[in-house]
Design a protein around this ligand. Sequence first.
Ligand code: HEM
Length: 420
Amino acid sequence: MSGGALSDPRLSTLVLRPRPPGLKGWITGQVMVAAPLGLGLLRRFAPLPRFGNLVIATLHDDVVEVFATDAAFAAPYRDKLDVITGGEPFFLGLADGPEYRGAVAAMRRVVRPDDLPGLARQAEALAEKAVAGAGGRIEVVDALVREVTFKLLGDYLGVPPPPKGDIRVWATRLFEFQFADPGGDPALRVQVDAIAPAMRAHIQGEMDRRRATGAAAQPDDVLGRCLALQAAGESWYTDAAIRTAIACLMVGGPPQPPMVVPQALEQLLRRPEALADAQRAARDGDDDLLAGYVLEAMRFDPLAPGLPRHVAAEATIAAGTRRARTVPAGATVLAAFASAMMDARRLPDPKVFNPRRLAYEYIHFGHGLHECFGRHINRATLHLMLKPLLRRPNLRRAPGPAGRLSKNGVFAERLVVEFD
Ligand code: HEM
């Protein structure tokens, strides 16, 4: 990557790109607002509709079936992941098989269950620091959740802030390209073509730097553990494999809590009773119950309406039911997990806010082969990013529009709250 590309004026330093101007921006916003209503109507009257080459699965059973049948309904991410990784395979882009399983197993050796209590403590401490320093008024998307997440996961993975550029911009832009750019915006691609090589070079540089110190495994973070296994002669841990995995975890992980956690807070602020109960759980230190409040609040405004799958081989969804639909190879299926989490056939009283739902009712982190690799980290940390704020007395929206969550496409953009 040339230094010139990163100083290109087209490469915005804003974490979120400015909204598309005029009608296009307005329409995008309206589509996002109307999605729950539209999906609700489909769920009721045509739960597995086909529009040309697109089939939408709206029921809980069908969404789970699509995610679980990965041989027929393949994750469609490979081509764009190749742009991010420079052609190296990352497991999100792979079908099931020895390569997929080997990569996930290799990363499970360095992302460990016994890291979770420490990550939880750190998430809460970082959030407390942000809230304590905010003087009674804080912007939740950037100054709280993005701040906490990038510090927490950057340190954990072993990715320091780059000397030139901003890792929050890099990861968020690559995330947008990978998951939220179905139309292939050429202006975004210009930025991606500068950022992706810079991200790879940054991680490679950190590996080289650590090895040059003669203590490659220090500190004991995910990168350090990979380098220790490399030094021990474990063949999976080549530079390319490590660089790819760490880069893709940076892209796939930290951009998402600043979306769903402020969205959850907005949903709590709309429900004063649930908010008061969540605050009580936070003050009592009942972290499991607090997690229940946050996961349930997320259900009313989850990450996205759904996730796409490419139909690799003709298959029938909901076979044996009246709604059964055979989907031809080459079609796209949208597994609408937001709708699935509102399906009364699987979730009792789905419109009722219930922080004590069963784990299987949620599909926040996908399901089946590609279920979120970071789901245990999420389960351990997301609610703790809000805990210090929820413990503050008289938590309230800031006056005016700043006190209501605004969005920019699929991204949460801004939500200001005040407290005593
Ligand atoms: C709020 C936080 C997060 C949400 C809502 C979320 C959501 C998801 C979802 C829905 C999927 C499935 C994608 C699909 O099937 O098409 C997924 C996969 C994945 N997530 Fe997360 N995620 C979050 C945080 C993280 C974190 C913190 C990491 C890593 C540090 C991470 C790493 C991954 C990876 C590597 C995959 C692909 C797994 C595979 O292919 O086996 N995510 N995530």
